[in-house]
Design a protein around this ligand. Structure first.
Ligand code: DC
Length: 231
């Protein structure tokens, strides 16, 4: 009998390795991976390009009407990449300019409503792994498996620095540290669906786990969930 497809929600602070785990899980389980942060980043990129003022509710509403987000699979890498109005912006959304503004944009109620509605629609097909900040609490409160990821702050800074340095060798550790601290603060303290651990989420601290170890751990949880209940 085919295994029941579930929804896996992964939340946590910036640069904890959520997307890395989500991607690997989706590949292994043959599920869809949805990076909800990429959606907030693409909206931010659109706002930056169009010069939308973050204090202007009307302009934000109008801009959101013109933002169409979708995902496509990169034929070479197999990665799911985000399209903004048909343009692949997978690289552009990783720019520091976007990282600097995204938490502010993601705190806007109208932005969240638009993103969450689309995420919930994507969840209808099940068999998905979605990572973000409010996936287990707001987007899929009934997800079968909820994971809250944490990692030592110094390790998170180091990981994000190494990733960003490849694209921009002028970047400094201090800039990365300041950006992560600010984003953690805004994401955890905003009024609209702040980052919280869902009551029924399992905490996964990957400070001292390899990618393979954390994947094995979570696959074991999935297996346990899919085990038929014994009378
Ligand atoms: O996961 P990420 O770093 O790419 O996310 C970028 C920003 O988007 C993050 O600072 C907070 C916001 N975000 C959010 O508010 N809710 C989500 N579900 C995902 C991301």
């Amino acid at each position: 009998m085919a295994k029941q497809k579930i929804i896996i929600a992964i939340d946590g602070y910036s640069a904890c390795g959520k997307s890395t785990l989500a991607k690997a899980l989706a590949k292994k389980l043959n599920y869809h991976f949805i990076d909800s942060g990429a959606m907030y980043r693409a909206i931010t990129l659109y706002f930056l390009r169009e010069g939308v003022s973050l204090g202007d509710e009307q302009a934000i509403g109008q801009a959101l009407d013109h933002v169409k987000l979708s995902f496509e699979n990169n034929q070479r890498t197999g990665d799911s990449e985000i399209l903004l109005n048909g343009e692949n912006v997978a690289r552009a959304i990783r720019d520091m300019l976007v990282a600097e503004k995204v938490s502010e944009v993601a705190a806007i109620k109208a932005v969240r409503q638009a993103a969450v509605a689309q995420q919930q629609l994507m969840g209808k097909r099940r068999g998905i792994v979605m990572d973000g900040r409010d996936i287990g609490t707001v987007v899929f409160p009934d997800a079968e498996l909820k994971i809250f990821m944490t990692a030592d702050p110094a390790i998170r800074v180091k990981r994000r620095f190494e990733e960003q340095y490849e694209k921009d060798p002028a970047i400094t550790i201090e800039e990365i540290k300041a950006n992560l601290e600010l984003r953690d603060y805004i994401d955890s303290n905003r009024e609209e669906s702040p980052l919280r651990k869902a009551k029924d989420a399992i905490v996964l601290d990957n400070s001292s786990l390899t990618r393979a170890e954390q994947l094995d751990k979570v696959l074991a949880w999935v297996k346990e969930l899919q085990q038929p209940a014994t009378a």
